[in-house]
Write a protein that binds this ligand. Structure first.
Ligand SMILES: NC(=O)c1ccc[n+]([C@@H]2O[C@H](COP(=O)([O-])OP(=O)(O)OC[C@H]3O[C@@H](n4cnc5c(N)ncnc54)[C@H](OP(=O)(O)O)[C@@H]3O)[C@@H](O)[C@H]2O)c1
Length: 337
């Protein structure tokens, strides 16, 4: 097997911070320009997450040190390795472990990665399927994993998903439906109601219909909640969660704050917890095992909402995603010979 040529030049979107301003542009790099690692990987797919969009536009302080290649998740092929368990030719997944934040990430045709961050794809999912499910599917899976460990089952009642047309939202609806749950989609987009039913939602609520705050408790509607947005929508979901229900706070697309009272906690025993997708290895193996099996989302139904782009379109896409104008999953697709 030929070794990777360290003199090879490749393209990466790299971010710099100078004079109080972050800028990101495509540069030609060599592997020695990247952060250290035991494994060199040729990137095949890099999922574009909300956090990546914040990072590369400088809209939030995500990147810890500069210069940095962002991109918090990647599927690729090992092309150079000093580690027996990760031989050349292995298809691998990297997400979390501060990839794209403190280590150079997936917005690069070539990555160098510490072996401890690398998961070989040994299961039934292909590299492309893994990339499509990616961090959004893993995050939704972590929420479901925690619900089930708290005793929630499909008989407990419906599970609400906010930010439903986003990457995590669509994946969550498909995963919940596949796992036998009624998934109630909350969206701002009336034009996507049929899309959400097509993915397996049992009900679609337009968030414009949500009553403004007033009562500390509303009718008990949801056994559990996957909240991607925060703000007033999370406040309403908290007031509407059933006795003994669970809320997974995943994201902040509508803001960091929310209002609430303690009544859902002390009268209904509601649990509110956060999901941090940078999970330990036991959780990663358990959740990815379920995503490849009983929870596998309907990738055929999701296919129209998966957009493949080149690195050159990433900055433009990030602006659109931050403005809430995108839907579904976007992935940087690298052309590999
Ligand atoms: N905790 C973790 O480890 C983790 C992991 C992954 C993602 N996240 C976070 O989860 C959130 C969702 O991620 P994503 O990848 O699904 O992002 P995304 O694809 O950009 O989707 C976010 C969705 O939220 C809704 N939304 C956007 N702006 C909004 C606003 N101003 N008010 C109300 N709703 C708004 C939109 O859905 P509708 O138009 O359908 O309402 C949008 O499609 C992000 O905050 C992300 O950072 C966290």
């Amino acid at each position: 097997m030929p070794h990777f040529n360290p003199d090879e030049s490749f393209s990466a979107l790299r971010s710099h911070f100078n004079d109080g301003r972050l800028s990101s542009s495509i540069e030609s790099l060599k592997v020695a320009d990247l952060s250290a690692g035991d494994v060199v990987v040729r990137s095949h797919y890099a999922g574009v997450n909300y956090k990546d969009c914040l990072a590369i536009t400088g809209r939030a302080k995500i990147i810890e040190s500069f210069p940095r290649v962002a991109g918090i998740e990647v599927v690729g092929e090992v092309v150079e390795s000093s580690v027996d368990r990760l031989p050349v030719g292995e298809i691998i997944l990297v997400h979390g472990f501060r990839t794209g934040i403190a280590f150079d990430g997936g917005f690069s045709e070539v990555m160098r990665v510490p072996a401890a961050h690398v998961m070989p794809l040994s299961g039934p999912l292909t590299g492309y399927e893994t990339a499509v499910i990616g961090l959004p599917g893993f995050t939704a899976g972590m929420a479901l994993d925690r619900f089930e460990r708290s005793g929630i089952t499909p008989r407990s009642g419906p599970i609400a998903v906010s930010g439903a047309t986003g990457a995590v939202g669509m994946m969550a609806i498909s995963i919940l439906a596949r796992a036998g749950y009624q998934a109630v989609a909350l969206t701002r987009k009336s034009e996507e109601v049929e899309t959400l039913y097509g993915l397996g939602a049992s009900e679609v609520i337009n968030v414009s219909e949500i009553p403004s705050p007033g009562k500390p408790l509303e009718k008990e509607r949801f056994a559990a909640v996957i909240d991607n947005v925060g703000g007033p929508i999370l406040s309403w979901l908290l007031r509407s969660t059933m006795q003994g229900g669970c809320i997974a706070s995943v994201g902040n697309a509508a803001g960091n704050g929310f209002d609430g009272s303690v009544l859902p906690f002390i009268l209904r025993g509601v649990q509110l917890f956060g999901v941090v997708a940078n999970a330990d290895w036991d959780t990663r193996r358990r959740v990815w095992g379920n995503l490849a099996g009983a929870w596998k989302p309907d990738l055929e139904a999701l296919a129209p909402y998966v957009k493949l782009i080149g690195l050159d379109r990433l900055m433009q896409h990030a602006e659109q995603q931050l403005a809430g104008k995108t839907r579904g999953r976007t992935i940087v697709h690298y052309k590999v010979d």
